[in-house]
Design a protein around this ligand. Structure first.
Ligand code: S6P
Ligand code: ZN
Length: 191
């Protein structure tokens, strides 16, 4: 098919990143997750409730997007910015999800900070890749994924995946991940 025959032909466009801060300058979507959005995700729910009450429900993470049509030929991309901190001994993390089209791969590039990309399959396989500035992590099809910030500054990454992938949070809400990442005696411990 010639481009001229495609309905609603998308015009090329550009988006600017601040490479110092790793942030997208003019996102169209800004998704904000606060501590209270994370109920049920951490091992120590009392510590999470304490943080929500005593620190006035602080910012947990943000996603910046310029959305594209949810079509298979499009590439959806975003910036993810996860604050540093711990709930009890457990490092701050994102909720984690499969994609609604489970056979979706996703590429992450870590722009700032340090941590891990934890991944799991519905059959119980688990893997974690270190995230540091300049690291590209490939999340293959069918792997749920979540970022975990083990550093002292925000963990910022760029990600890209097929435009019609969608997100499936429900399965991870039910299943969780087989391993968590804690700080114990000043060390990062995965267990
Ligand atoms: C989207 C991609 C990221 C996450 C973001 C927040 O497919 O994996 O943009 O959405 O890191 O994490 P979560 O688990 O709350 O979507
Ligand atoms: Zn994803």
């Amino acid at each position: 098919m010639k481009p001229e025959e495609i309905n609603n032909l998308l015009m090329p466009f550009s988006v600017e990143l601040n490479l110092e801060t790793g942030e997208m300058l003019n996102p169209k979507n800004h998704i904000v997750r606060k501590a209270s959005d994370m109920k049920g995700y951490y091992a120590d729910s009392d510590a999470l409730n304490n943080l929500i009450e005593k620190k006035n429900d602080p910012l947990h993470y943000e996603v910046f997007e310029v959305p594209v049509p949810a079509e298979s030929g499009q590439l959806m991309y975003c910036i993810s910015k996860l604050q540093p901190g711990k709930i009890g001994d457990e490092f701050f993390m994102t909720k984690g999800h499969y994609h609604s089209i489970a056979e979706t791969a996703e590429l992450y590039i870590c722009l700032r900070g340090k941590g891990y990309m934890a991944m799991k399959t519905s059959a119980g396989k688990w893997n974690a890749q270190k995230m540091t500035r300049g690291k590209m992590v490939y999340v293959p099809p069918c792997w749920a994924h979540r970022s975990i910030n083990t550093g002292k500054e925000p963990l910022i990454s760029f990600c890209v995946y097929r435009g019609d992938a969608g997100h499936n949070y429900g399965d991870i809400e039910q299943e969780g991940f087989p391993k968590r990442i804690f700080e114990r005696g000043g060390k990062v411990v995965i267990e």
